[in-house]
Ligand binder design. Structure first.
Ligand code: HEC
Length: 147
């Protein structure tokens, strides 16, 4: 009897493990981490349309005129603040990666929430950046909290 239990132990453990795996909920769509190829492709196309003239193809910006989007605290940091920059524009004297900027950035609020999400997901995962994606829901929340 004792021997039988010992012999069956690995099987029991394997069975428990498998059932635990099965019971895990399906991956939540609300918590995206890696950007899908489709998101990146959409974001890139939109970036080329709306951001490239100032921030350049490789995100380098133009020194002392348009800041870079490469590993800046705004791009990699707090998502609501980053979303807010696109919705409200940005007009402050700021130091970014060692250079000073004071030209105003125009608001991009005419873009749809999904478009802003795609652009920011692309930016946060391009130019050497690596950060979580931005969802349309997150943009909707910031837009709603405005005023
Ligand atoms: C007309 C030029 C222009 C366009 C178009 C533009 N920006 Fe900007 N952007 C700027 C300027 C200038 C600043 C700095 C503003 C300041 O100093 O207050 C800035 C700042 C930023 C910042 C915060 C600072 C940093 O470098 O991390 C982010 C992020 C950003 N822009 C992203 C974008 C994205 C994404 C788009 C396209 C949807 C875009 N911008 C379109 C000119 C532009």
């Amino acid at each position: 009897m004792g021997k039988w239990i010992l012999a069956a132990m690995p099987l029991l453990i394997a069975g428990l493990y498998v059932s635990a795996q099965v019971k895990k909920p399906a991956k939540s769509a609300a918590k995206p981490v890696a950007a899908s190829a489709a998101t990146i492709a959409r974001g890139k196309a939109l970036y080329r349309q709306y951001c490239i003239s100032c921030h350049q193809e490789n995100g380098s910006g133009v020194p002392r005129m348009n800041p870079p989007l490469i590993k800046t605290e705004y791009v990699l940091g707090d998502k609501p603040r980053l979303i807010g920059i696109l919705l409200n524009g940005f007009n402050e004297d700021v130091e970014i990666n060692g250079d000073y900027y004071s030209n105003p950035m125009p608001s991009q609020a005419a873009l749809k929430d999904q478009e802003i999400a795609d652009i920011l997901s692309y930016v946060r995962n391009s130019f050497g950046n690596k950060a979580s994606t931005v969802s349309a829901t997150e943009v909707t929340q910031v837009r709603g909290a405005k005023k």
